[in-house]
Write a protein that binds this ligand. Structure first.
Ligand code: AMP
Ligand code: GLY
Length: 425
């Protein structure tokens, strides 16, 4: 079976490595992939958002199955475009990807179907939004409606900050058209959980839970990034919480999407906050998380290809989805200066990896026969072990064997989880 994976980050590298474990996988193509992914797939420099070029590539290369991983091609309708040519796809169609593509849509869906989330108001008129922030409870959270590279969320402690957030999104368009509409919502507190699931539109099967570390610096300081590390499972996500999420959030969401005529097939990612009033949805993502995928997939014992095919064909209920009881940790090595300005082009030296270690390359390129840095998040060092403390130690031991100039990583990935486990790490 020839497989096409759209995207070119660490998440896609993890997906490709897992797909390769299934003997049915023949050639795997990655568009655009990256210099590191090139070790595992045939990469071609076609942008993940260039839908006409992707469709003709798939036809020319006899692709049997396509996996669309990033949010932007999903929201643009990559699955619709490939399906129209008869190519089986893993991922939601455009009308279902709106669950991430429009926060206003997602919030209204949750309200209509009684799915627990932060109280909110949505605005298309800036004056109304500005009037609202004069009286709303503080702190408050201002969110751009559309995709904004994970940066469209501003937590405002004062009314002046809230006014500025509204103006910069709706008038200044700091996030472009994504800020044409905004959601202003209640500030929630509690541990966060990334709950990734597989679904075929009817059945929904959770993956192992995980925890992301979004800020750039230790102690959750610094700017928001795409994610600086992750662990799985998330110790806050107990069996009891999981059961409640399935009943109050996962199944109601899948049924709501079906009811709306937008059946969701693919990976549905629930960004949850475990508040004193119970689990609530902070955000939906219509795709795998990055770097959550880099800890979830190393723990998957079943065939990812089989699960993805079942999601696409609607046979997930009959398909085995088994995760190991072990733990995983991923430490991201980034270019110094990320998420702002950083230099590229430094030589990357990779060590040999053991059976429980994986290196997932995100921002790297081949130049003159050498692998060099080519992005903010350069790679992820992932390790699996029987218990979380060992997985964290092993991921750092791996990260410390990888070398490139200007590398930086957080030194406290997993500490929040270890503290929750009672400090027995
Ligand atoms: P999002 O892009 O929606 O995941 O938001 C980014 C981050 O902002 C989340 O991971 C939370 O840490 C935080 N956040 C978003 N919405 C809220 C909220 N209503 N209350 C508190 N924190 C929030
Ligand atoms: N790690 C957060 C995300 O993928 O959106």
């Amino acid at each position: 079976m020839n497989i096409l994976v759209i995207g070119g980050g660490g998440r896609e590298h993890a997906i490709i490595q897992k797909l390769k474990e299934d003997p049915r996988a023949e050639t795997i193509y990655a568009l655009p992939g990256n210099g590191g992914i090139a070790a595992d797939a045939v990469c071609c420099p076609i942008a993940a958002t260039d839908l006409p070029a992707i469709v003709s590539f798939a036809k020319d290369h006899a692709v049997d199955f396509a996996v669309v991983a990033p949010d932007d091609p999903l929201v643009l309708g990559a699955v619709d475009a490939l399906s129209a040519e008869g190519i089986l796809c893993f991922g939601p169609r455009k009308n279902a990807a709106a669950i991430e593509g429009s926060k206003v849509f997602a919030k209204n869906l949750m309200k209509r179907y009684g799915i627990p989330t932060a109280a909110y108001e949505a605005f298309s008129d800036m004056d109304k939004a500005l009037a609202y922030v004069e009286t709303c409870p503080l702190p408050t959270v201002v969110k751009a409606d559309g995709l904004a590279l994970g940066k469209g969320v501003l937590i405002c402690g004062t009314r002046e900050e809230a006014r500025q957030a509204v103006r910069s999104m709706m008038e200044g368009r700091i996030f472009g058209e994504s800020g044409a509409n905004v959601v202003i919502e209640e500030f929630l507190t509690g541990p966060e959980v990334s709950a990734l699931t597989f679904t075929d539109g009817e059945a929904i099967v959770p993956m192992v839970s995980s925890m992301d570390h979004k800020r750039a610096l230790d102690g959750d300081q610094g700017l928001n990034t795409g994610g600086m590390g992750s662990v799985a499972p998330n110790p806050f996500y107990t069996a009891e919480v999981a059961e409640r999420c399935m009943r109050e959030i996962f199944l109601p969401t899948i049924r709501a999407m079906k009811q709306e005529g937008r059946p969701f097939q693919g990976c549905l990612y629930f960004g949850l906050m475990l508040t004193p009033d119970g689990p609530k949805v902070i955000e939906y993502n219509c795709r795998f998380g990055d770097p959550e995928t880099q800890v979830a997939l190393p723990l998957l014992e079943s065939s990812l290809l089989e699960i993805m095919l079942a999601s696409a064909k609607g046979t997930l209920a009959e398909t085995e989805v088994k995760f190991s009881e072990k733990s995983a940790c991923c430490v991201i090595l980034a270019s110094d200066g990320y998420p702002q300005k950083y230099e590229k082009g430094f030589l990357i030296t990779l060590p040999e990896t053991g059976e429980n270690e994986r290196i997932y390359i995100a921002g790297a390129a081949w130049k003159d026969g050498r692998l060099v840095t080519n992005g903010g998040r350069v790679l992820g060092a992932s390790a699996v072990a029987d218990a979380l403390p060992d997985a964290v130690r092993a991921a750092y031991a791996l990260a410390d064997r990888i070398q490139f100039e200007n590398a930086y990583c957080r030194r406290d990935i997993g500490q929040r989880a270890l503290a929750a486990l009672g400090g027995n790490g």
